[in-house]
Design a binder for this molecule. Sequence first.
Ligand SMILES: [Zn+2]
Length: 487
Amino acid sequence: MTLKIYNTLTRRKEEFVPLNPPTVRMYNCGPTVYDYFHIGNARNFVIIDVIRRYLRFNGYQVQFVQNITDIDDKIINKARAEGCTTEEIAQKYTRIYFEQADRLAIQRADSHPKATDHIPQMLTLISTLLDRDHAYVVDGDVFFRINSYTSYGALSGKNPDDLLEGARVEVDPRKENPLDFALWKASKEDEPSWESPWGAGRPGWHIECSVMAMEHLSKTIDIHSGGADLIFPHHENERAQSESATGEPFVRYWLHNGFLNINKEKMSKSLGNFFTIDQVLERYDPATVRLFLLSAHYRHPLDFSEENLQEAESACQRIIDCLVTIDKLINLWKANAQSEVTRTEPPSDLTARGQRFLEAFLEVMDDDFNTARAQSVIFDLVADINLQRKELPDVLPASLLDERYVTLAHCVKVLEELLSILGLQISGPPSVTHDDMTERLIALLIEIRSMARERKHWDIADTIRQRLQDMGIYLEDHPQGTIWKKQ
Ligand SMILES: [Zn+2]
């Protein structure tokens, strides 16, 4: 089975063939940094994170770029409302974006370029479009001429004539075609601006992403992603201006996720029916939130409700319970299991059981990243691990080659690998890896330290405490005696 991805441009699932394998170049439209992001935005960030992890598991070298839009009407308005500069707003919410993304275990991109660091490149791209007659200047504004690009509307599946009819945009009489869009906007009073050959101004939103994708990846990238609300006009316009400038295909696979709904309406800032990720993380832990966000196929709508989050929470608890039960028992065998969990691992008699779950997981993930079904495979595996555990005696066998333990340990390794592909950081309590001997040696050191303290040999006592701490073992002195904890 090979990986298939639904391509918004062709409206079908296509076999995934990157331009220069094993490299995969991926670009995702990142946050506009003017506020806390909401859980609907988080859905996009988490899905892209899982796709990136999955591609890496499959041996691809993923180059991933996610931009930061740090100049925009919303940022300008927020700065005015708060009486500070646009830079201050952008810096504050960029920091908050990364803090929240880190909490959700979203791995940082290889590069997070900022729009305002790329003004010269934008000016160059706009000049190219003007030279090739794909754009025109009116009073310091530069517009893209959509009639010069025959494929306009192909990505969104919209016919320009229908768009014109349906367009409720205020028609700017200076435009040749009402659908022409701004590449460069002449600056208004009190707005940040940059010098350009057409006068002081600032870039349009669409040109930012074209420039940053091409600058940090390539003229043609493999995957470009975003929420479904970005298909039109943002991605349609990105595609038009990029391909008109380079004469090459801009993106091989356009990937868009569905909305997060609340009471059957799309969650959005403009409708005011949103929960910030901060509010959600106050009540649910990150793994629960991720499990919830991945509980539907990414292209389908997902309903945000207390009930659905609680369901994800108890599902998470099932995984934790499973890992806690096997934790102490199986660490020894896991450490001794020879093979890593990989796509191509040849199953032996002892690993065939775990391998079956891995293959089932890969099959559904290869089918356009069906995380909903991938979660079902994880829960089947959890149930199977619980069953195997129940059938084992409580007394550990002496031999590390005991088949039942080797099979169970391998299944646990597979489970951990699948959890990490979905970015679910779930673990039982800190694993108990010390054996009796370690325990007794630590007790002996504590005893020697007490003797040193009684004789006022503080240097010896402190050395013991410090050296143990260096190994992650913390001593706590109580009236009843000293106890130790591993961190
Ligand atoms: Zn974008």
